[in-house]
Design a protein around this ligand. Sequence first.
Ligand SMILES: *Cc1c(COP(=O)(O)O)cnc(C)c1O
Length: 220
Amino acid sequence: MAIQTNLSKIKTQLPSNVTLVAVSKTKSVEDMMQAYLSGQRIFGENKIQEMTEKHQKMPKDIQWHMIGNIQRNKVKYMASYVDLVHGVDSFKLLNEINKQAEKNKRIIKCLIQIKIAQEDTKFGISYEEAKIMLRSEEVKKLNNIEIVGVMGMASYTQDKIQIKKEFKTLKINFDNLKKIAKNLMILSMGMSGDYKLAIENGSTMIRLGSSIFGTRNYTN
Ligand SMILES: *Cc1c(COP(=O)(O)O)cnc(C)c1O
C-alpha cells in the first residue's frame, strides 16, 4: 500500500505539464504492479537486461524508459519496445539506436544527456557538443531516431544553491537548443531528492525511484 500512497501524494503536487517516470530499478514486478494498478504507465530502468525481463512480465501498455548508461552492444535487446532513451551522449550510440530501430521498423525517441554536475562520474556531453550533434548532417540522416529533448543529473550534494544553479544552466541550454531543433520538448531533470527544485526551474519530466518505491537495497 505504501507505494500507492507515495504515488498519489506525489501526483497531487505535480503540475500538469510535468511527466512522472517511476524508476523501478532493482524493484520487483510485484512492487511495480502496485504502481501500475494506481495508474502509473511510465517506468524507468537503468539496465537493459533487467528492463527487458520486466517488459516480458508486465502489462503491454507500459512505456519503458531507459535512463541508465548504455552499452552499445545491448541496444538490440530493447529496440523492439523501448519508448524513450534518456542518456544519449555520443554519435556512435545514436547511430546504433537508429540501426536497431530500423531493423524493428520503429522510431525511437532519445534525449541528449548534458553534463551539468561537477563530479567526473556523471555521464553526458557539454552544451557545445550537444549543439554540434543537433546541427550535424550525419545525425539528421538518422531516420529511425528522434531527438526530443535533453536530460541531466545534478551534483550529488546537499547544497541546494549548487543544484539550483545546475538546473538553471540546463534549462537555459534546453531553451537555446530548441532554437536549433524545433522538436525538442522534454527537459528530463529531477530525482527523489531534488525534483521540487527541478520543477521550479523548468523540468518537464522527473525520474523518481526511492520516493515511490522506498530505498533500494543496493545502489546501481
Ligand atoms: C536511479 C536513478 C533515478 C532515481 O533516483 P531516486 O533518487 O531513487 O529517485 C533517476 N535518474 C537516474 C538516471 C537514475 O539512475
